[in-house]
Design a protein around this ligand. Structure first.
Ligand SMILES: [Zn+2]
Length: 131
């Protein structure tokens, strides 16, 4: 069991250096990871799968209908804010480049992308009407 804790601690320490975590967050994360490692270990595999079951996040799959996942920390949001990226030391532009996203692509979930597009169209219609 000692082994799992050490490994979990390493990961949590790395996480804590890139984002703000309360003591409670840290403890619960260590426990969760250690438990995960234990399960993996018991299953006979080597503790390789450190991320959540499906491994590293594929940027193309990070954008879902109702959430967008930050590929850096794996957290899900409705939209990824500048402020959040700044906590990883990235700008929006750098993040897009990192993910291979198109220039100017909004970092929002699909649902919000559609809403945004709709709003833009409405605005354009409104503009036309004024002229
Ligand atoms: Zn993040």
């Amino acid at each position: 069991m000692k082994n799992y804790f050490t490994e979990a601690l390493e990961i949590v320490r790395a996480q804590a250096s890139v984002r703000t975590m309360t003591e409670e967050d840290i403890v619960s994360m260590v426990m969760k990871l250690a438990e995960k490692f234990r399960v993996i270990g018991d299953a006979g595999g080597n503790a390789v799968a450190l991320e959540d079951s499906d491994g590293p996040i594929d940027p193309r799959k990070a954008i879902k209908e109702k959430s967008i996942t930050c590929v850096i920390c794996g957290k899900s949001f409705k939209l990824i804010t500048k402020k959040h990226l700044a906590s990883h030391g990235l700008t929006v532009e750098e993040y897009r480049k990192h993910c291979d996203y198109k220039k100017g692509m909004p970092l929002v979930c699909k649902f919000l992308q559609r809403e945004r597009r709709k709003k833009m169209q409405d605005m354009r219609l409104w503009e036309r009407r004024k002229i």
